[in-house]
Design a protein around this ligand. Sequence first.
Ligand code: IMP
Length: 180
Amino acid sequence: MKKEVTVHDKTFELYISAEKIQERVDEIGKAISAEFKGRNPLFVSILNGSFVFTADIMRACDLECEVSFVKLSSYEGTQTTGKIKTLIGLDNNIAGREVIILEDIVDTGNTLTHFLEILDTYDPKSVTLVSLLTKPEVLKDRVKVDQIGFEIPNKFVIGYGLDYDGLARNLKDIYQLKEG
Ligand code: IMP
Protein backbone atom coordinates (compact mmCIF):
# COMPACT_ATOMS: atom_id res chain seq x y z
CA MET A 1 0.00 0.00 0.00
CA LYS A 2 1.21 3.53 -0.80
CA LYS A 3 1.99 5.96 2.04
CA GLU A 4 0.94 8.95 -0.09
CA VAL A 5 -1.17 9.51 -3.19
CA THR A 6 -1.67 12.57 -5.38
CA VAL A 7 -5.14 13.15 -6.84
CA HIS A 8 -5.70 16.14 -9.16
CA ASP A 9 -3.81 18.97 -7.39
CA LYS A 10 -3.73 17.54 -3.84
CA THR A 11 -1.62 15.11 -1.82
CA PHE A 12 -3.18 12.66 0.62
CA GLU A 13 -1.50 10.46 3.24
CA LEU A 14 -2.44 6.95 4.39
CA TYR A 15 -4.97 7.18 7.23
CA ILE A 16 -6.94 3.90 7.67
CA SER A 17 -5.58 0.69 6.16
CA ALA A 18 -7.77 -1.75 4.21
CA GLU A 19 -7.09 -4.32 6.95
CA LYS A 20 -8.45 -2.04 9.69
CA ILE A 21 -11.47 -1.19 7.56
CA GLN A 22 -12.28 -4.89 7.05
CA GLU A 23 -11.97 -5.58 10.79
CA ARG A 24 -14.54 -2.86 11.57
CA VAL A 25 -16.80 -3.92 8.68
CA ASP A 26 -16.82 -7.49 10.05
CA GLU A 27 -17.67 -6.25 13.56
CA ILE A 28 -20.51 -4.08 12.26
CA GLY A 29 -21.75 -6.95 10.06
CA LYS A 30 -21.90 -9.24 13.09
CA ALA A 31 -23.77 -6.62 15.15
CA ILE A 32 -26.32 -6.07 12.36
CA SER A 33 -26.77 -9.83 11.92
CA ALA A 34 -27.39 -10.33 15.64
CA GLU A 35 -29.91 -7.47 15.78
CA PHE A 36 -31.82 -8.15 12.56
CA LYS A 37 -31.74 -11.95 12.17
CA GLY A 38 -35.11 -13.22 10.89
CA ARG A 39 -36.38 -9.65 10.18
CA ASN A 40 -35.30 -9.31 6.52
CA PRO A 41 -34.04 -5.71 6.75
CA LEU A 42 -33.73 -3.53 3.65
CA PHE A 43 -30.33 -1.90 3.25
CA VAL A 44 -30.60 1.48 1.57
CA SER A 45 -27.24 2.48 0.20
CA ILE A 46 -26.56 6.14 -0.54
CA LEU A 47 -24.60 6.40 -3.79
CA ASN A 48 -22.07 7.09 -5.06
CA GLY A 49 -19.63 6.80 -2.17
CA SER A 50 -21.32 3.95 -0.27
CA PHE A 51 -21.12 1.28 -2.96
CA VAL A 52 -17.86 -0.26 -1.65
CA PHE A 53 -18.97 -0.17 2.00
CA THR A 54 -22.36 -1.62 1.02
CA ALA A 55 -20.83 -4.56 -0.85
CA ASP A 56 -18.57 -5.37 2.10
CA ILE A 57 -21.22 -4.88 4.81
CA MET A 58 -23.72 -7.11 3.01
CA ARG A 59 -21.16 -9.88 2.70
CA ALA A 60 -20.21 -9.46 6.39
CA CYS A 61 -23.85 -10.06 7.34
CA ASP A 62 -25.14 -13.56 7.94
CA LEU A 63 -28.90 -13.00 7.55
CA GLU A 64 -31.67 -12.70 4.98
CA CYS A 65 -31.62 -9.10 3.68
CA GLU A 66 -32.29 -6.93 0.62
CA VAL A 67 -30.64 -3.84 -0.85
CA SER A 68 -31.77 -0.73 -2.69
CA PHE A 69 -29.73 2.23 -3.95
CA VAL A 70 -30.43 5.96 -3.71
CA LYS A 71 -28.34 8.68 -5.26
CA LEU A 72 -27.97 12.11 -3.65
CA SER A 73 -25.40 14.81 -4.21
CA SER A 74 -24.18 17.67 -2.02
CA TYR A 75 -20.52 18.19 -2.79
CA GLU A 76 -18.39 19.89 -5.42
CA GLY A 77 -14.65 19.53 -4.91
CA THR A 78 -13.83 19.47 -1.18
CA GLN A 79 -16.53 21.98 -0.12
CA THR A 80 -20.20 21.30 0.56
CA THR A 81 -22.46 23.23 -1.81
CA GLY A 82 -25.39 23.09 0.61
CA LYS A 83 -27.59 22.16 -2.34
CA ILE A 84 -28.86 18.60 -2.10
CA LYS A 85 -30.65 16.86 -4.91
CA THR A 86 -32.31 13.47 -5.00
CA LEU A 87 -31.15 11.96 -8.24
CA ILE A 88 -32.43 8.39 -8.06
CA GLY A 89 -35.32 7.72 -5.69
CA LEU A 90 -36.48 4.70 -3.78
CA ASP A 91 -38.12 2.00 -5.84
CA ASN A 92 -38.72 -0.72 -3.21
CA ASN A 93 -41.81 -0.89 -1.11
CA ILE A 94 -40.55 0.79 2.07
CA ALA A 95 -43.81 0.82 4.06
CA GLY A 96 -43.52 -1.43 7.12
CA ARG A 97 -39.88 -2.36 6.33
CA GLU A 98 -36.93 -2.23 8.71
CA VAL A 99 -34.56 0.05 6.84
CA ILE A 100 -30.81 0.20 7.43
CA ILE A 101 -29.25 3.23 5.75
CA LEU A 102 -25.65 2.70 4.68
CA GLU A 103 -23.48 5.82 4.32
CA ASP A 104 -19.78 6.12 3.55
CA ILE A 105 -19.40 9.34 5.55
CA VAL A 106 -21.64 11.69 7.51
CA ASP A 107 -20.06 15.14 7.52
CA THR A 108 -22.50 18.02 8.24
CA GLY A 109 -25.41 15.58 8.25
CA ASN A 110 -27.27 17.73 5.66
CA THR A 111 -27.55 14.89 3.15
CA LEU A 112 -28.85 12.46 5.74
CA THR A 113 -31.30 14.94 7.32
CA HIS A 114 -32.76 15.64 3.89
CA PHE A 115 -32.91 11.95 3.01
CA LEU A 116 -34.53 10.99 6.35
CA GLU A 117 -37.32 13.50 5.67
CA ILE A 118 -38.00 11.86 2.29
CA LEU A 119 -37.74 8.34 3.73
CA ASP A 120 -40.25 9.15 6.46
CA THR A 121 -42.95 9.82 3.85
CA TYR A 122 -42.58 6.16 2.73
CA ASP A 123 -43.61 4.99 6.22
CA PRO A 124 -40.82 2.53 7.16
CA LYS A 125 -41.26 0.41 10.31
CA SER A 126 -37.83 1.45 11.62
CA VAL A 127 -34.77 3.32 10.40
CA THR A 128 -31.22 2.48 11.51
CA LEU A 129 -28.24 4.58 10.43
CA VAL A 130 -24.87 3.00 9.72
CA SER A 131 -21.92 5.06 8.54
CA LEU A 132 -18.35 3.95 7.97
CA LEU A 133 -17.07 7.42 8.95
CA THR A 134 -18.38 10.43 10.86
CA LYS A 135 -16.82 13.82 11.56
CA PRO A 136 -18.18 14.58 15.09
CA GLU A 137 -16.66 18.12 15.17
CA VAL A 138 -18.85 19.08 12.23
CA LEU A 139 -21.87 16.87 12.88
CA LYS A 140 -22.30 17.70 16.58
CA ASP A 141 -25.66 16.12 17.61
CA ARG A 142 -27.56 16.93 14.43
CA VAL A 143 -28.14 13.28 13.44
CA LYS A 144 -27.79 10.18 15.62
CA VAL A 145 -25.80 7.53 13.78
CA ASP A 146 -26.46 4.09 15.31
CA GLN A 147 -23.34 2.28 14.09
CA ILE A 148 -20.13 4.15 13.29
CA GLY A 149 -17.02 2.57 11.79
CA PHE A 150 -14.57 5.36 12.67
CA GLU A 151 -14.95 8.87 14.07
CA ILE A 152 -12.46 11.09 12.26
CA PRO A 153 -11.28 14.72 12.51
CA ASN A 154 -12.61 17.40 10.18
CA LYS A 155 -10.23 16.67 7.30
CA PHE A 156 -11.07 15.57 3.76
CA VAL A 157 -10.60 11.85 3.12
CA ILE A 158 -10.59 9.69 -0.01
CA GLY A 159 -10.55 6.01 -0.94
CA TYR A 160 -12.79 2.98 -0.21
CA GLY A 161 -15.59 4.58 -2.25
CA LEU A 162 -14.87 8.19 -1.27
CA ASP A 163 -13.78 10.54 -4.05
CA TYR A 164 -12.08 13.84 -4.68
CA ASP A 165 -13.78 15.29 -7.77
CA GLY A 166 -14.62 11.83 -9.11
CA LEU A 167 -11.26 10.16 -8.54
CA ALA A 168 -9.81 7.82 -5.88
CA ARG A 169 -12.94 5.73 -5.15
CA ASN A 170 -10.99 2.60 -6.14
CA LEU A 171 -8.28 2.94 -3.46
CA LYS A 172 -8.44 0.05 -0.97
CA ASP A 173 -7.22 2.18 1.94
CA ILE A 174 -8.51 5.53 3.20
CA TYR A 175 -6.22 8.58 2.77
CA GLN A 176 -6.41 11.97 4.46
CA LEU A 177 -5.67 15.36 2.90
CA LYS A 178 -2.13 16.42 3.73
CA GLU A 179 -1.88 19.94 5.15
CA GLY A 180 0.57 22.52 3.82
P1 IMP B 1 -22.92 15.90 4.47
O1 IMP B 1 -24.22 16.23 3.80
O2 IMP B 1 -22.13 17.14 4.79
O3 IMP B 1 -23.08 15.03 5.70
O4 IMP B 1 -22.01 15.15 3.42
C1 IMP B 1 -22.24 13.86 3.05
C2 IMP B 1 -21.59 13.50 1.73
O5 IMP B 1 -20.53 14.41 1.39
C3 IMP B 1 -20.94 12.15 1.83
O6 IMP B 1 -21.84 11.11 1.55
C4 IMP B 1 -19.80 12.26 0.84
O7 IMP B 1 -20.25 11.94 -0.46
C5 IMP B 1 -19.41 13.73 0.88
N1 IMP B 1 -18.24 13.95 1.79
C6 IMP B 1 -18.25 14.53 3.00
N2 IMP B 1 -17.02 14.55 3.55
C7 IMP B 1 -16.21 13.95 2.65
C8 IMP B 1 -14.80 13.62 2.65
O8 IMP B 1 -14.02 13.89 3.59
N3 IMP B 1 -14.35 12.98 1.53
C9 IMP B 1 -15.14 12.65 0.46
N4 IMP B 1 -16.45 12.93 0.44
C10 IMP B 1 -16.99 13.57 1.52
